[in-house]
Ligand binder design. Structure first.
Ligand code: AMP
Ligand code: MG
Length: 329
């Protein structure tokens, strides 16, 4: 029998919540940064069907909780609240996510039609951090023809016979495409470092090599967008327990995750260094509070939509005289 979860966040079980919806009232504004308060209010009004959603207004509001690491900044991961929810509740977040889905779908079509540039989304997190769930939720409704997801596991013998970037470079999205890396070249300064799979003399120079690689990609028309899904150690325990308790989640459970959990602090240290050393002006890292899955999904979707919007992909010029053409019977 599956163990009930979620009490910590809502004070109610999922079953209770299904019968009696939570009221959609925003939290007190004093609890929120001003930029997100306007966003939360607008989304709440829309969720309560009081007003149509004002996409332009929403797009101009910052999303509370996400932290963009500044180049050279000494990052303190422990100081970032993994529970942040921007003053939204689950229902409002889901409403807001629909807005972002619409934006991503429309912009992806233009990116594909333009066929000049591409977007690479990099997802990193500790085990159970939510990379798979984020991909499932954020890319809902996106034309699969224009989007490819690559999951990087323990390197094969052939991959190990090449330089560490070889396997990742081969999967960088081509023109017009969105590519998603579920784990990435950062594993080579994360798991490799924590488990001493290579000596320090091998992994230490990789921070600079990664920066050079991403700069080269950027100069080649690839926008590199990097998300670190930040969960707390307690949240990981709950998620692992849920995988053990629920037979339908057994397939996701990997006993090795229990061993890796013992290296929690070493992983946090390795993430901190990777995010600090490899946040550049052209490819910054975004730390996403990820204990609340629904808010995590919204933040990632929103940042992708904003990035695509800033890229401003355009439909190519029409062939001259096309409007005068007629289709023969
Ligand atoms: P999962 O994503 O849970 O299916 O697990 C994939 C596993 O592959 C994780 O344990 C990663 O740490 C491991 N992995 C991914 N990339 C590398 C790499 N470059 N070197 C060693 N292990 C890796
Ligand atoms: Mg795993």
């Amino acid at each position: 029998m599956a163990k009930k979860r979620g009490k910590r966040h809502s004070g109610q079980s999922d079953t209770t919540r299904a019968r009696k919806p939570k009221p959609l009232s925003p939290r007190p504004e004093s609890d929120q940064p001003p930029s997100s308060a306007a966003w939360a209010r607008s989304v709440m009004r829309h969720a309560k069907r009081e007003s149509p959603v004002d996409t332009a207004a929403l797009a101009s509001c910052a999303a509370a909780g996400i932290v963009t690491v500044q180049p050279g900044e000494a990052l303190d991961l422990a100081a970032i609240d993994a529970n942040a929810d921007g003053g939204l509740d689950k229902e409002a977040s889901k409403q807001a996510l629909l807005v972002e889905h619409g934006r991503i779908q429309a912009l992806q079509e233009r990116l594909y039609a333009e066929h000049r540039r591409s977007l690479l989304v990099v997802l990193q997190a500790i085990d159970t951090g939510g990379k798979d769930g984020t991909i499932r939720s954020v890319f809902e409704g996106v034309n699969p023809q224009g989007c490819r997801v690559w999951s990087f596991k323990v390197p094969s013998a052939e991959e190990r016979d090449h330089d560490f970037l070889w396997r990742y470079h081969a999967k960088v999205p081509g023109r017009g495409m969105i590519g998603v890396f579920n784990r990435s070249h950062y594993e080579d300064v994360l798991v490799v470092r924590v488990k001493s799979l290579e000596p320090e003399g091998v992994w230490r120079p990789r921070y600079d090599l990664i920066n050079d690689f991403e700069r080269m990609l950027t100069l080649s028309g690839v926008t590199v967008l990097k998300f670190f899904l930040h969960i707390s150690k307690d949240e990981q325990k709950e998620r692992l327990e849920a995988r053990i308790a629920d037979p339908e989640k057994h397939w996701k459970f990997d006993a090795a995750d229990l061993v890796e959990r013992q290296s929690w602090d070493a992983y946090q240290g390795a993430f901190t260094d990777a995010l600090s050393r490899c946040s550049t002006s052209h490819a910054p890292w975004h730390v996403v509070p990820a204990n609340r899955k629904w808010y995590r999904n919204l933040l990632v979707a929103r940042t992708i939509a904003n990035t695509l919007e800033a890229m401003d992909p355009r439909y190519p010029d029409a062939q001259p005289g096309i409007a005068e053409l007629t289709v023969p019977d």
